[in-house]
Write a protein that binds this ligand. Structure first.
Ligand code: ARG
Length: 597
């Protein structure tokens, strides 16, 4: 089939040889000898170690069985050489023809032959969830960047993805903010006299900041204001119209800011997908009633609680998940439990994925377990927290400004773009970039650098936010990958009327084989990344791809006049598939690949 890879063709050939060797696998798997028994290897192209397990099942001698399988492998187009090694491993060398021909079949497909997942379902992904009336910080960056990559990757594998931005738009702090606005009615007004009062994201946030600080100061110093603010919370919760209208203004103003940041991040966030905490208000009562009636939650000291055997405080006493406080108020947990009901029962999700800071892991552990006890999660509907670590400063401590304040995300992004633009400008003359291209590429390189740094380490690990390293042209950075792509495009332009064309009959140089076999793995890597929620493995794959390409350039001249025309065409073909793979892979990570850099 179109989607078949060298590795699959090899697995099929090996499976076919088993009965021939007098060993039918007693429990054959549909994929025959697929992963994990077939691996890329340094000794040959692949190593198969499945014979060991099979011999155990058949109670035979693995080495003898291995020899039988080798004898039974027919001389074919895929296997060039196969030998038994060690206790019963097979070392296999693939024919050059199989590499080129398989790649050519995949290249004919727009998806590069990557198959859709056989077991696709619906995933609701909870990511990019900033808080209303508050600045966005690096934690929100991580959720947005990792979440967006997972959205793209899952959709590419055929999964139906529903995006949910669970923004923090509810809570007692709104009593204080709204009360302050009532008493200072013009504080959120936009420039008067403007025909169409357009505020920038920056302005919106600075308005909100000013209001937040002023109302907080009053709240902390003026007991009577504090009391009025408390009563305002009650008005808000009981749905008082004027209060709700003012609350909506805070949400709208914040959204102007959020959208400006997401746009800077080159990320598409759609309005209907923003369903904040307030979106589940109508469900809270019922959620609590169901939990209480089913006995999942119990009354304890006036609060409605869920207890867990393995969650205890430092004093050894159990720490419950509080679903409803003793004063009747609902918190973060009641909202998350209601959101689960909505996502499972209304959105028909099979998987709930939460891209949230690892510091909230205990919360999610308790929420998921509660949902399981209530029957909302089960064998068919699973929840998973894609937990991420903390962003650290260069000093290895949580990222703060010199004054000890949290670093504003926009400032970081602007600095990344500035640095990147300087890097792009340095080479611009040689490439002949226009000023407009320099500015545009500066954005793509700067934002790409920030995203890649985040995506190229395992999410759960902390990482250092180091702009010098991020925009470096050498090493595992996005700009290194972007240059690899731009160089490919430049070679294609220089090739003129010589077009990429696969010639499976041509022998391949070692660097060509290595590049070809790495390209062969793209689909397999994507499938693994999609099921394990580990985008850093895609980043690592792309970096290795660019490294193989560099070796290939060193050892194999593409457009050299000494090359026979079909060698030029075949090398252009390899370069072209590499470019398309880089482009696709980077796009799945949310990173642009400029044509000229
Ligand atoms: N707004 C929260 C924060 O800034 C993250 C929300 C995570 N999602 C959820 N369903 N609880 O920390």
């Amino acid at each position: 089939s179109l989607a078949s890879t060298v590795q699959q063709r090899l697995a099929d050939a090996l499976s076919a040889a088993l009965p021939e060797a007098g060993m039918a696998d007693p429990s054959p798997r549909p994929s025959g000898w697929g992963d994990p028994m077939l691996r890329r290897s340094d000794r040959a192209d692949f190593q198969a170690n499945g014979i060991l397990a099979l011999a155990k099942k058949l109670k035979g001698n693995p080495r003898e069985l291995a020899v039988k399988v080798v004898d039974a492998i027919p001389a074919n187009d895929v296997v060039k050489d196969i030998e038994v090694s060690g206790p019963g491993f097979l070392n296999i060398t693939i024919t050059d023809k199989a590499i080129t021909e398989t790649l050519a079949a995949r290249a004919a497909d727009d998806r590069l032959g990557v198959p859709f997942a056989a077991d696709a379902g619906t995933t609701v992904i909870d990511y990019a969830q900033p808080n209303v009336a508050k600045e966005m910080h690096v934690g929100h960056l991580r959720s947005a960047v990792i979440g967006d990559a997972m959205v793209q990757i899952l959709e590419f594998t055929g999964e139906k993805v529903v995006r949910r931005h669970h923004i923090g738009d509810w809570g007692t702090q709104f009593g204080m903010l709204i009360q302050y606005l009532i008493e200072h009615p013009h504080e959120l007004d936009h420039k008067e006299g403007d025909a169409a009062p357009e505020v920038s994201g920056e302005e919106a946030m600075s308005n909100l900041n000013r209001l937040y600080k002023a109302s907080r100061a009053l709240f902390d110093s003026d007991e009577e204001f504090k009391e009025r603010a408390r009563r305002r919370v009650v008005d808000l919760q009981s749905g008082d119209e004027q209060t709700l209208a003012l609350w909506q203004r805070f949400v709208d103003e914040s959204k102007i800011y959020f959208y400006s940041v997401f746009e800077k991040l080159d990320m598409e966030i759609r309005d209907p997908d923003i369903v904040g905490e307030s979106g589940y208000n109508d469900m809270l009562d019922e959620t609590c009633r169901i939990l209480e009636e089913s006995g999942v939650a119990v009354r304890s000291e006036g609060a409605l609680c869920v207890f867990f055997d393995d969650v205890k405080g430092p004093d050894g006493n159990p720490v419950p998940l509080i679903v409803k406080k003793s004063n009747g108020g609902y918190g973060y947990a009641a909202t998350d439990l209601s959101a689960i009901r909505n996502r499972v029962q209304t959105l028909d999700a099979n998987t709930l994925l939460y891209v949230v800071d690892a510091r909230q892991s205990l919360h999610f552990k308790m929420v998921f377990e509660t949902a399981r006890r209530a029957g909302w999660l089960n064998e068919k509907v699973k929840a998973h927290q894609l937990a991420f670590g903390t962003v650290l400063g260069k000093d290895g401590k949580p990222f703060k400004t010199r004054e000890g304040e949290t670093v504003r995300l926009v400032d970081l992004l602007d600095e990344a773009i500035d640095r990147a633009t300087a890097v792009v400008r340095e080479k611009a003359e040689k490439v002949g970039l226009t000023e407009q291209e320099i500015v545009e590429n500066g954005r793509y390189v700067g934002i790409g650098a920030v995203k890649y740094a985040d995506l190229s380490t395992s999410a759960v690990r902390d990482y250092k936010f180091d702009l010098d390293q991020m925009v470096s042209l050498n090493g595992d950075t996005s700009v290194y990958l972007q240059y690899a792509y731009a160089r490919i495009q430049s070679i294609k332009r220089k090739a003129g009327d010589r077009s990429p064309l696969a010639h499976p009959e041509l022998p391949l140089a070692p660097a060509e084989r290595a590049l070809g076999l790495h390209l062969d793995q793209f689909g397999e890597v994507l499938a693994e990344v999609a099921s394990s929620y580990e985008p850093h493995k895609l980043a690592a794959y792309l970096y290795q791809l660019a490294s193989h390409l560099t070796t290939f350039y060193d050892q194999c001249h593409v457009l050299s006049a000494d090359n026979a025309p079909e060698v030029v065409e075949n090398r252009l073909f390899l370069v072209d598939v590499t470019g398309r793979t880089l482009h696709r892979g980077m796009a799945l990570l949310g990173i642009r690949t400029p044509e000229r850099l």
